[in-house]
Design a binder for this molecule. Sequence first.
Ligand SMILES: Nc1ncnc2c1ncn2[C@@H]1O[C@H](COP(=O)(O)OP(=O)(O)OP(=O)(O)O)[C@@H](O)[C@H]1O
Ligand SMILES: [Mg+2]
Length: 316
Amino acid sequence: MTASPPVLLDTHLPHLFYRGKVRDIYDLGRWLPADAGPPLLLMVATDRISAFDAVLPTGIPHKGGVLTQLSAFWFQRTAHLMPNHFVALVDRDWLAARAEALSAAGLSPRKLGLLAGRAMVARRAERIEVECVVRGYLAGSAWEEYRKRGSVSGQALPPGLRESQRLPQPLFTPTTKADSGHDQPITPAELVGLVGEATAHALEAKSLGLYAYAHEYALKQGIIIADTKLEFGRIGGEMAVIDELLTPDSSRFWEAAAYAPGRSQPSYDKQPVRDWLVASGWDREPPAPPLPPEVVAQTSARYREVYRRLTGQGLG
Ligand SMILES: Nc1ncnc2c1ncn2[C@@H]1O[C@H](COP(=O)(O)OP(=O)(O)OP(=O)(O)O)[C@@H](O)[C@H]1O
Ligand SMILES: [Mg+2]
């Protein structure tokens, strides 16, 4: 086993564009003004982890690298299905090739070294303010709703389905993109009201297409993608996938060999973190308590394991 790199919780670089729960995003055009072309962002995935809508005080080693490199992997693999915002992975070579320009802009190579493997260059998009969720299996909040009302996101399903069972066909269950707090499910009519008929149709078709492709690919690697959340935007008027793609933060990944409907499945995401937080008795009001080292180590190992399983390679 390799030693863990230092955990990166925050970056403090010039020209911040946006700080999310997990990503620090910079305006790359201000770093490298000579690069003409569409506006570019430098998206840094930190090692921050959020659960129950709160960012935890403890970071997860390697998490940022997994999120960025796994997204890069999927963006490249799915580009034939749908354009996306990915331009390049920021690795040591990318940084070295631009060392002079970056230091002329006052960015020290030492500070930027922290970004290698965890940042990507992406084209800036106008966000479409919806979270496009696709569910292939009955899990999480979908299972809760089905148990109570026999439906998922208001869509009626056949009776007698069991927890974690594969759905007759994948469901598109979009939600609002809340600035804070919980995302709320939206009906097909509400989606049309928000984004218009043509975009609503495209969001659904593209989300289902990307899920179907990724589900089939992952299954060959022994991983079930139970559900996932996608974001779309417009770049130069064209619709594109943005943000992160098919990562453990945006998706439920299950071990296919251990899959057994009728119960919840152990998953490769932050479930151990959620379980520990629930058991700790935390009232879900910030600040969240720090995570114990064994939960951190277990979570880090799972993120890396799913990366290796899906890509067939170790983390770069
Ligand atoms: N190409 C892009 N152009 C513009 N914004 C983008 C692009 N890709 C992703 N984003 C936005 O960048 C942010 C990514 O940061 P992060 O994942 O940490 O945020 P989040 O906590 O999920 O979301 P938020 O902070 O918006 O609730 C998201 O708000 C996402 O919508
Ligand atoms: Mg996000």
